[in-house]
Design a protein around this ligand. Sequence first.
Ligand code: SAM
Ligand code: SF4
Ligand code: SF4
Length: 339
Amino acid sequence: MSTVNAIRDQLRRPLRDLRISVTDQCNFRCTYCMPAEIFGPNFQFMKKEERLTFEEMEQLVRCFARLGVVKVRLTGGEPLLRKDLHLFIERLSKIEQIEDVALTTNGVLLTKYAKLLKTSGLRRVNVSLDAIDDDVFNTINGRAIGVSHILKGIESARNAGLEAKVNMVVKRGMNEEQILPMAAHFKKEGICLRYIEFMDVGNTNEWNPSSVVTKKEILAELSQHFKLTPLKAAYYGEVANRYRYADSNTEVGFIPSVSESFCSNCTRARISAEGKLYTCLFATDGFDLRALLRKGVSDEDLIEIISRIWGKRTDRYSDLRKLSAKKQKKKIEMHYIGG
Ligand code: SAM
Ligand code: SF4
Ligand code: SF4
């Protein structure tokens, strides 16, 4: 357990988690995240030199660790598209205060990399899978990759000794009929499935409140078929509401980001692939850390700057969403900042 006293923001929330988007590119075109009409062949992604190098990211993590961060999650875009990601994981795992390095992936490249990721020090993977039916899955992901390919990836991850969970975004009209089949499949496999409420991240997914299938609705549907026992939060800031199937050891969870927002104990900072620091998923502006890194900033100065930013933090977008019908103008995109 880390002995660092985490810095706190204006709402007394400690800095505990860091999410790093290692690339803005992806091999899927999920309709709600990177719709193919917008992210077509001519879309300009970041150039290689615009992205932070592993050395730069490592320096950041070292500084964040001294401010209280104990968990790092790598995301994207699709993080496994970043060449030699395992070498970065290896470096992160050696940072003393970092207790946990995890990865969020669409699973396409998991079979190829699972063993290497495990030996590099990765502990856990969250695999995103929004349907167990091939037609529904292909309509969502925009690529001709079937469900069995992702299931093999999950199996490879488990065989390699990684803890694997599955995340399913539920959007009305997109995949709500997959709620039960997904539960049945992953219960049988003994894998924790978490249902994520569809959020109004970014500017391209045409979110509206009626497209959100709430935790309450999903729980009501599951409860008609399974007996579920609620579990207590395992740690401060846990975003998932966990349940256990009464007749097995398998858990099922909900991430009710919209209907039961959890800003009051949000301990997460985010860094985009080009090195901007965001203190909320719904932020409009980030702080350019890359400019400082490329001028050779010292760890001490970085720590001072990050503490100042976190110290001023007041973000609680999801709590406020319910109170204000006003639409925020421009937000960052999900593939840019990661989930
Ligand atoms: N490509 C990787 C993947 O899909 O796991 C990592 C990046 S992706 C942006 C991270 C997670 O964000 C995925 O589980 C995805 O389903 C979720 N996500 C994307 N847009 C979302 C939205 N509008 N609401 C809720 N979750 C969303
Ligand atoms: Fe890619 Fe993940 Fe976004 Fe789907 S959700 S388009 S896999 S970044
Ligand atoms: Fe954290 Fe912002 Fe999400 Fe609230 S809306 S939980 S502050 S990331």
